[in-house]
Ligand binder design. Structure first.
Ligand code: G3P
Ligand code: CA
Length: 293
């Protein structure tokens, strides 16, 4: 009788544990899987929390993560010795104390540069001592710092001048096992103004969600055929919020494309764009637009 009671207790406890595990696991999956769902609206930290910290630095990304961004946006450049670094411009002049093209400098040269003092000088109200001497991070350092604790929205910049940029990117994403939760989880999104760069990535791994960026110089709304062409390799488009009116957003959505708009730092503007059917915004100031979530 006692043995029977014991077995029964073990069985009941086991069942309770199993139920708890399933519930907890389901909770996790729901949170990650929401990112690329039909009704999700993404807040993408444009160059990190670039309104309050030097863009494309670990400090800027950490703040964006702490502020609850869905993605940290990383612009990629490649050094002369083939290392991927986070920098918007193809030259270091605007955001460091150095001068010259990234593609003509070795990583060792880039690592000597101060990527924070310019921000303190331009934003005295937001200046911090810890920004002085802060480095330009490599993509590997960013993945090492954040691992799978955040999501990455990565742009290949000047890919035509950086041979092997896409291969290097995929190699690092695989090395850090960041491609296991692609669709619909959306751990990683890759974006570019270069359709060649995106189709190259699509050719290597067609699970990675890709975003075709549309240049500000494009005056007209792309035709339905153009949108359908993008749809062959991309899940969405990225376009300036100044260009994307109701007709533009509807045309892209009709072609089955997500619409992500850059860069929006005003809540009212964000609300308007969300009501027009946009699926997310790049923002320099997560705090200002947090109300959209
Ligand atoms: O990547 C989206 C948006 O950031 C594109 O413009 O010049 O800021 O990279 P840019
Ligand atoms: Ca960008």
């Amino acid at each position: 009788m006692i043995i029977l009671k014991g077995l029964l207790t073990v069985l009941v406890v086991g069942l309770i544990c199993a139920a708890l595990y399933i519930l907890l696991d389901a909770g996790d999956n729901d949170q990650q899987s929401a990112l690329l769902d039909e009704d999700a609206f993404l807040l993408i930290a444009h160059r990190g929390a670039s309104a309050i910290a030097p863009e494309h630095t670990l400090a800027s990304y950490q703040m964006a993560v702490d502020m609850g961004a869905d993605y940290i946006e990383i612009d990629l450049q490649m050094t002369k010795d083939g290392v991927l670094v986070a920098l918007h411009d193809d030259a270091v002049d605007r955001t460091t104390d150095g001068s010259g093209k990234v593609a003509e400098m070795d990583l060792a040269d880039i690592k000597k540069l101060d990527a924070g003092s310019w921000f303190n000088a331009e934003n005295p109200g937001r200046a911090k001592g810890e920004y002085v001497g802060i480095q330009v991070p490599t993509l590997e350092e960013i993945f090492t710092a954040f691992g799978d604790s955040t999501n990455y929205y990565i742009e290949t910049k000047q890919p035509d001048e950086s041979e092997g940029m896409e291969e290097n990117l995929l190699e690092l994403l695989n090395q850090f096992e960041l491609l296991e939760e692609c669709l619909p989880e959306g751990k990683v999104i890759v974006q570019s103004f270069s359709s060649d760069s995106l189709t190259a990535i699509h050719g290597m791994d067609d699970d990675i969600p890709l975003i075709q960026l549309i240049d500000n110089s494009e005056q007209l709304i792309p035709s339905h055929e153009a949108f359908e062409l993008y749809r062959e390799y991309a899940v969405g488009i990225g376009v300036s919020h100044r260009k994307a009116d109701e007709v533009y957003i509807a045309a892209a959505r009709e072609a089955g494309l997500w619409v992500h708009l850059f860069a929006v730092d005003e809540l009212a503007e964000g609300k308007k764009l969300k009501s027009l059917g946009a699926n997310g915004i790049f923002t320099n100031d997560i705090d200002a637009v947090r109300g959209l979530k």
